[in-house]
Design a binder for this molecule. Structure first.
Ligand code: ZN
Length: 427
């Protein structure tokens, strides 16, 4: 595990740096780890990766996903199942040793485990998908075959991965179309296998999710269900104690956060989630938490740094609901920052503007927006924004007009005028 821990630490530093950089990039795809704590209660989202899973749990009569669903139904909680299609095509392959990262296969992942692929995945277990949906849970796209988007040599060595953006999109679309055609269900979120973002052709997960119209579903709290220990009981304890500890020091610690869980085996091919989940839920409920899906959480509070009760938040939500790009890649909104003409174009552009199947950096995003928005925005002073809005026949509300005399306008102050403009442009 030493090498993996080191790789994780290096990766964590790199990710912290990238996250800071990402706070300057307006992106149609936001990487969502957590949100500004919603008001009026405590809310936490729970996500379950790698299922659905019909593997029978020792000592129980039903399969794992059924056990999870029964418990959630008993408690009235809703979650997000981050499903795969099927790993049955990931052969030839060899099984690696239990307890290592190759536990389910050397060249690929196999769920629920090597040689038993038909027990897991939406395509093999449509009856479980049906139950998940009829219980009111959300389903997100974890990749049809759970193939890595790119390489991560330190951990996965020479494991197979995709090489190009079209390959990644093809795999995502395979599962997306399946869910749409068979269940009439449209997925809105994706999470890359093992969080590997970089595709070898110079594109990344953000490009793939932009084309798919998804947001990137990350998490802020690791439910630890993937980690192997000497015994099952220790594994269950590992999933319960950190949660209890985090909430012990601050009962609000998980309000607005996203918990990572597994609808599948850990590296020792055991399923501690079956016994840990009731304990986790009890701890959460005792503190008044309601467990929700990621989309429900985003609906209450879309960004990490925007109070959903702020007066302009309604205008932000209006734009988000129409699929407009208003925030930064790291799921911040940066409400206090001065808005720029480039950002105004990006906020005004319709979602279809950014569906090009190639790598798009910030400059490409801006240029696509400028081409799509048939307007001349010379500057971003209050007077210039109002002038542009009036030129498209926008009926400006009081809040939009409040910026009229401002030399510089913050992003939050600009949003009501942008919303009024989008309303006019849609007519
Ligand atoms: Zn996974």
């Amino acid at each position: 595990m030493g090498l993996y821990q080191l790789a994780r630490r290096v990766n964590a530093k790199r990710k912290a740096f990238l996250k800071m950089q990402a706070g300057k990039i307006m992106s149609p795809v936001r990487r969502i780890e957590k949100v500004f704590p919603p008001k009026g209660g405590r809310f936490v989202a729970m996500t379950f990766d790698d299922g659905p899973d019909a593997l029978t749990v020792e000592g129980r009569e039903s399969g794992l996903t059924d056990i999870i669903l029964d418990e959630l139904r008993r408690c009235g909680d809703k979650v997000t199942f981050d499903v795969i299609g099927s790993t049955a095509g990931n052969y030839p392959d060899e099984k690696g040793a239990d307890g290592t990262f190759m536990w389910s296969g050397n060249a690929y992942d196999h769920y629920p485990c090597f040689g038993m692929d038909e027990l897991a995945g939406a395509k093999n277990r449509p009856e479980l998908v049906e139950k998940i949906l009829s219980d009111g849970h959300e389903i997100s796209n974890h990749g049809s075959t759970h193939t890595l988007f790119g390489r991560m040599r330190a951990v996965y060595g020479a494991r197979r991965h995709f090489d190009t953006l079209p390959q990644v999109i093809g795999d995502l679309d395979d599962l997306h179309s399946y869910m749409l055609d068979k269940f009439g269900y449209k997925m809105r979120l994706g999470r890359p296998a093992h969080y590997i973002d970089r595709i070898p052709d110079g594109s990344d997960a953000y490009d793939a999710y932009r084309v798919m119209g998804y947001n990137y579903m990350a998490a802020s709290f690791d439910g630890a269900g993937w980690q192997p220990r000497d015994t099952y009981d220790l594994e269950v304890r590992d999933m319960v104690e950190p949660l209890a500890r985090a909430l012990d020091s601050d009962p609000n610690a998980l309000n607005g956060q996203i918990i990572f869980q597994k609808d599948g085996c850990n590296m020792a091919r055991r399923t501690p989630i079956a016994d840990a989940l009731p304990q986790q839920l009890k701890i959460l409920h005792d503190l008044g938490y309601k467990v929700v899906s990621v989309s429900e959480l985003l609906d209450m509070s879309p960004f990490e740094d925007l109070d959903p009760d702020a007066e302009e938040a309604g205008a932000v939500k209006y734009l988000l609901d129409r699929g407009h790009t208003v925030g930064y890649k790291n799921n911040t909104f940066g409400g206090a920052r001065t808005v720029t003409p480039e950002e105004l174009y990006i906020m005004l552009a319709s979602p279809e503007t950014f569906r090009e199947k190639r790598h798009m950096g910030q400059k490409d995003i801006y240029q696509a927006a400028k081409r799509a928005v048939n307007l001349d925005i010379g500057g971003a002073s209050g007077r210039e924004i109002i002038k542009a809005a009036e030129s498209v026949g926008a009926e400006l509300g009081e809040r939009a007009m409040a910026i009229r005399d401002k030399k510089t306008v913050t992003r939050l102050e600009a949003v009501p005028a942008i919303a009024d403009m989008v309303r006019a442009l849609e007519k």
